[in-house]
Design a protein around this ligand. Sequence first.
Ligand SMILES: Cc1cc2nc3c(=O)[nH]c(=O)nc-3n(C[C@H](O)[C@H](O)[C@H](O)COP(=O)(O)OP(=O)(O)OC[C@H]3O[C@@H](n4cnc5c(N)ncnc54)[C@H](O)[C@@H]3O)c2cc1C
Length: 356
Amino acid sequence: MKDVIVVGGGVIGLFCAVRLRKGGARVWLLDSGPEHPTYYTPIASAAAAGMLAPIAEAPSVHEMVALESFALWRSMQAGSEWADGVRFDGAVIVRPTQSDAAAFAANAARLGHKAAHLSGGEFRKRTGFRAKVDQALFVEAEGTADPLRVLTGLAMQAHALGVLRAYDTDASEVTATSVTTHDGRVLEADAVVLAPGAWASEKVMSAAPALKRIRPGKGMVAAVEIERPLGPNVRAGDFYVAQRRDDVVLGSTLEFDRFDRKVDRTKIAELHAAAERLLPGDLRLTDQAWAGIRPMSPDGWPMIGPSAEGVLLAAGHSRDGWLMAPITAEIITAYVFGNEIPATWAALSPERFEHP
Ligand SMILES: Cc1cc2nc3c(=O)[nH]c(=O)nc-3n(C[C@H](O)[C@H](O)[C@H](O)COP(=O)(O)OP(=O)(O)OC[C@H]3O[C@@H](n4cnc5c(N)ncnc54)[C@H](O)[C@@H]3O)c2cc1C
C-alpha cells in the first residue's frame, strides 16, 4: 500500500486526499488552519465564488483538461457527500459587442458546445433580471459549487474513507518522502503532495522552487440580494453574479501581491456600479463581503505533477481552482500510482516554471 502525505486542506488538497484514498493509498492530510473554514478563514477555497466555468472566449492549450474536470464534477455529483452543494444551470455570457459575442460562440462551438444567442426577452426569462440586455449567449456547460458546503462534504467524505486528518498542523519542512510538522513530528511516506495555495512558507518553497513563481492574488466578492433566484451564472466582462446553494454573490476583484484580506468597500461599490450599468436595480448589496487570496501562477493554469526535487505539486490554481480540483486529483493519483500520464496532463507539469 502507498503512503501519501497531502499538505493543504483547501479544495485541491481535499480532492487529492479523497481520490488517493479511493485509489487505495493510506493518506495523511495536514492543514495549518481549522477543520471548519468560514468565508473569513484565510484560504482561497472558502472565499471563492465557486463557478465551474470551463469555456472561455479564447482558445487555450489546457482547455481540454478544463472540460475534463467539468465532466468529472458532473459524473461525481450523484451520491456524493457534497451533491446538494453543486448546481449545473449553465451561464449567461454577456459581451460588449456583437463580434465579441460571436467570438465566444465560435470558441464554444470549436469545443463542441453550443452558445445560443438570447434575445432581450430570453435574457429576462433565463435570469429573472428586469434589464434589457443585448449580446447575451447561453451556454449549458457551466455550474457553481457552494464552497463552504462542498468543503464540508469533502471533509466528511475524507473522514468516512479513513483519511488521517490533522488540522492546526503546519508542515514546516518537506522532502519528496517526508514532512516535519511544526511540533517536530516526522511523517514518512512514499509520496508527498503539496497543495498549499498561496501560503507556502520559504522553507516549504525550498522543497519545490516552482512554488516561488506563485503570486498572491487578492480577490473580493460580496453577497447580494435579488428578487428571484437566479438560475445560470451571469458573466459580463467586469463582473459576474453566481447563485450558490444558500446565497448569491457578485464578483470579483483581483489585486496582485496582496496578502491582506481587508474588505475595501470602495472596490465593492465599483463592482456593484459595473453590475448596475448592465442590470440597473436588479442587485442590492448586503453588508456581507469578504476577501480571499488566490494562488496565481504565471500562466493562470495550475502546476500539477512532480517537481525537480520529487515532491508532487498541486498548486497555483489561480482563478480556476474549483473548476480544476477533480482533474488535479486524477492527475496526482496517476503520478502516485505510476499510471500513464496523457500529454494534456503532462503539459501542466511544474517543469514549465522550473527553467526561467
Ligand atoms: C474571490 C475569489 C473568487 C474565486 N472564484 C472562483 C471561481 O468562481 N471558480 C474557481 O474555479 N475558482 C475560483 N477562485 C479560485 C479558487 O478559489 C482557488 O484557485 C482555489 O481555492 C485554490 O485552492 P487551494 O486548495 O490550492 O488553496 P487554499 O484554498 O488557499 O488552501 C490551501 C491550504 O493549504 C494550507 N497550507 C498552506 N501551507 C501549509 C503548510 N505548510 N502546512 C499545512 N497546511 C498548509 C492552508 O492552511 C490552506 O488551508 C476564486 C478565488 C477567490 C479568492
